[in-house]
Design a protein around this ligand. Structure first.
Ligand code: ZN
Length: 406
């Protein structure tokens, strides 16, 4: 919580890529890795980096990987198109001389929206600091804590801890990392991503990506047996976070996620709403998963396609896509209230908007998120369905042609 509190403090102004607050966060993470006794991940040194991330702290540039975040979308939105920034990474050496040249990567993005409205879902909050306590101080803190736990008792393979910048501008830090990896990617057995793990409710946790290696469903299920969470373990390796960059390089991935909520990408994503015990439980599960992967005699068996992937959940990752952002916080509402809709998504094109409450989907009543996902997953891309929503006092039916989930 000390890490979350610092990273999500107003002093860092929301850690926007290319800002002083983001650089301070990077320097802090490097200090934490160093203090925990981890080895720097990068060999090259660059004195200019130390100057940029400030002289207040001891600077070990080998923990940081400088890059220039180039975002056409950000430039289009009136931001600077080229932002100097950095990833931060460190290593715990494996205990087995025969396996320690292989790696498991644990990652999280540490950047957030800063004061920018780009990507924000509260356009009225002009110049407000978006602290991103859940997104993603929570995941960054989880990675630091996993570094502490794994450093105490290293597994057979080495573990690399990577915190990314530029995620909110389009996974730019993780893209740069996989294009300029400090170790060959053939030596990386898996990447576990922690993005938004700070809002656990009712013991629920989503683990995406279990279909990206043959063994992952079993590994996650066994790791969860000790102190069971209500897991939804499902899906392939593409999603709107940094694990996608690794999956695109044909690596098995997992994404730990306590789901979206009403403060997602808003200035109200603050530290007082963080479930600290929830983060600790995600960390405990992830430590067991990491050890299971890192101690295996054999590497995982990567799976590219996800047709009929085995899943602990009864819900398969089918590909129908609406583009709605459900409001997980609105539990008193019967139906599914939308926090927003993704730009250009089928939901957007059909005219659905933030605040709408979906009460019926393709002829099926929708009382909660579970009924909604069941109804959505029963459809196929290209299907046109009726969606009944409450908008204020009005009840309206809109026709939506579903897209394909990527
Ligand atoms: Zn995030």
């Amino acid at each position: 919580m000390r890490d979350v509190r610092y990273l999500a403090s107003d002093a860092l102004e929301g850690r926007g890529t290319g800002t002083a607050g983001n650089d301070s966060a990077a320097a802090y993470i490097a200090r934490r890795f160093s203090g925990l006794g981890l080895a720097p991940a990068f060999v090259s040194t660059d004195a200019r980096v130390c100057t940029r991330i400030g002289n207040a702290a001891p600077c070990d540039s080998r923990f940081v990987q400088p890059f220039v975040a180039r975002s056409v979308a950000a430039a289009h939105a009136g931001l600077q198109g080229e932002l100097p920034t950095q990833n931060v990474a460190a290593v715990v050496r494996g205990s087995d001389p025969a396996l320690r040249d292989e790696y498991v990567i644990l990652g999280a993005h540490f950047d957030h929206l800063g004061r920018s409205a780009f990507g924000a879902l509260d356009p009225d909050a002009v110049n407000a600091i978006h602290n991103g306590a859940d997104d993603n101080a929570s995941g960054t803190a989880a990675v630091i804590e996993l570094a502490r736990l794994l450093r105490r008792n290293p597994p057979k393979r080495s573990v690399m801890f990577v915190t990314f910048s530029g995620e909110e501008l389009g996974l730019l830090g993780s893209q740069y990392f996989v294009d300029h990896p400090p170790v060959p990617l053939e030596k990386v057995g898996a990447m576990l991503n922690f993005d938004m793990v700070g809002r656990m409710q009712e013991d629920r946790l989503i683990v995406y990506g279990v279909a990206t290696a043959q063994e992952l469903n079993d590994i996650v299920a066994k790791a969860n047996a000790a102190a069971p969470l209500r897991l939804t373990a499902t899906g392939d390796g593409f999603g709107a976070s940094d694990h996608s960059s690794f999956y695109a390089k044909n690596l098995p991935v997992l994404h730990f996620f306590t789901n979206v909520h009403e403060d997602y990408h808003k200035a109200t994503d603050d530290v007082d709403k963080i479930n600290a015990l929830g983060i600790a439980r995600v960390v405990a599960l992830a430590e067991r998963v990491t050890r299971a992967i890192a101690d295996r005699p054999q590497p995982l068996t990567f799976v590219r396609a996800v047709a009929a992937a085995p899943s602990m959940s009864t819900r398969e990752n089918t590909s129908a896509y609406l583009g709605s952002i459900p409001d997980m916080g609105a539990t008193e509402v019967k139906g599914v209230r939308l926090t927003g809709v993704r730009a250009e998504s089928p939901a957007d094109k059909a005219g659905l908007k933030a605040g709408d409450v979906i009460v019926e989907f393709a002829g099926k009543p929708v009382n909660d998120l579970y009924a909604y996902t069941d109804a959505l997953y029963a459809q196929s891309p290209g299907d046109t369905v009726d969606v009944v929503v409450l908008r204020g006092a009005e009840r309206m039916t809109v026709k939506v042609t579903l897209g394909r989930r990527n």
